[in-house]
Write a protein that binds this ligand. Sequence first.
Ligand code: SAM
Length: 131
Amino acid sequence: MYWESNIVWDKVQNGLELGGRQGGLSLWLALKEKTVVCSDLKDVKETAQQLHLQYNIASLITYQDIDATDIPYENYFDIIVFKSIIGGIAFIIDGTTKYIESGREYDMMKSKFSFLTRVLEITVDNAKQML
Ligand SMILES: C[S@@+](CC[C@H](N)C(=O)[O-])C[C@H]1O[C@@H](n2cnc3c(N)ncnc32)[C@H](O)[C@@H]1O
């Protein structure tokens, strides 16, 4: 993996995972004997701790609910890691949704993704860019 060979791991002791949900990257850092704050928007201890308890690294990980657009630390971590969260933090959207189970849009999506059973249509009232 790119990070394995391009980070000077001896200089890293203290990490932060953003948007961790199940905390996979926190586990990865803890297995390297780094201390980690495993974070997500909410309830991260509930979603991530189960995975971590299967390994002998629990003392290296603490849990904190953190919004990646408003991180309550400055000049504190040696490394900040995240995976698949940009879509979640780039915009906050207000609107209404409905499932479509037939019709032109449904047929168009079905022709591209044969496995789908319905399409979620989102009517956006307001989109606020966060980045
Ligand atoms: C697709 S999941 C990815 C979870 C995990 N990183 C992974 O790769 O399996 C997106 C995650 O980003 C989190 N997220 C969305 N907006 C966020 C924000 N503003 N700050 C922190 N996390 C956020 C969600 O709660 C969710 O856990």
